[in-house]
Design a protein around this ligand. Structure first.
Ligand code: PAF
Length: 291
């Protein structure tokens, strides 16, 4: 590696106190700080967030931490991909300033005993299937906001419900940060990028295209004037059931902010899907604007 490339490497910080001290010094110089919270295993979806942060902020931090508190005991915490070296290489290419990769012990030291709970929007959908998930997400995200003192944090629309939950937490707890949501980045064939796509076998990878196809159909019907959610669900189900290994956890048409379900569609809606393809659980969504 040449020294020019080395200079672009993000500075790796593992200690939360060091992260806060470094950011405090930068804030005193009036720098705008942008944070991209991730669990690593970075793909183009994450990079689109880090590039936006780079364009809009003076200093960018990408956090890279597989957060144990958002996984239930039966979930994939142990097998979740950990690719820190590759992540650093990717971030070097776009000039990210810091990569914050603490250990679980640094984030949750012995005696740690706090929790964060957001009601309402966190209880639906993912909240039903993964009842402790958003408590863990809110806990770590609030810690990351506090540690990095970021002015703005970037999240992907792929985890649409997560963004609404984080926004509600920020609103309810007066957290001084802006939340920016950026569009889903898809593979050429339409599959939403996700660190979990690597779990799919070749056959499952093909079958997983039914999620995006079902959302295309929902969009076509809703934009064409369909008002009955049940009709849209039926059409989506037909498409998803074409994949023999696909099992629907939920299909949901709801208000874009509260996510409360709409039986009759009016105004803008969010359509959300969770489908298990073999052992892999995939989520996807579409925001549909109606005039
Ligand atoms: O979306 C994710 O990768 C995680 O839920 C987040 C926001 C980084 C918290 O661990």
């Amino acid at each position: 590696m040449t020294s020019a490339e080395e200079e672009l490497k993000p500075y790796l910080v593992v200690d939360p106190h060091e992260m806060s001290e470094r950011v405090d010094a930068l804030r005193r110089q009036g720098k705008r700080i942008g944070l991209v919270p991730t669990m690593g295993a970075l793909h183009l979806g994450h990079l689109s967030l880090a590039i936006a942060a780079k364009n809009e902020c003076d200093v960018t931090i990408v956090s890279d931490f597989v957060n144990p508190t958002q996984f239930a005991p039966n979930e994939d915490f142990d097998k979740y991909p950990r690719t820190l070296d590759a992540d650093i290489d990717l971030l070097s290419k776009i000039g990210t300033d810091f990569i914050f990769a603490p250990s679980a012990n640094a984030m949750y030291p012995r005696g740690f005993d706090a929790s964060v709970r957001v009601g309402g929007v966190s209880q639906l959908l993912e909240g039903r299937f993964r009842p402790t998930h958003f408590d863990g997400v809110c806990l770590v995200v609030l810690k990351l906001f506090n540690i990095t003192r970021a002015d703005v944090a970037y999240f992907g629309q792929k985890d649409y419900q997560q963004v609404q939950v984080v926004k509600k937490m920020v609103e309810d707890l007066n957290v001084p940060i802006e939340i920016e949501m950026l569009p889903i980045i898809r593979e050429r064939d339409g599959l939403a990028m996700s660190s979990r796509n690597r779990y799919l076998s070749d056959e499952e990878r093909k079958e997983s295209l039914v999620l995006n196809k079902a959302l295309d159909k929902a969009e076509e019907l809703i934009k064409g004037g369909e008002r009955e959610s049940a009709v849209v669900y039926d059409a989506m189900r037909k498409i998803i059931e074409e994949a023999k290994d696909a099992k629907i956890d939920y299909m949901h048409i709801g208000d874009p902010k509260s996510l409360l379900e709409m039986e009759r569609i009016s105004g803008n809606v969010a359509v959300l899907l969770a489908v298990r393809v073999g052992e892999t659980r995939l989520i996807d969504n579409r925001l549909i604007e109606r005039k």
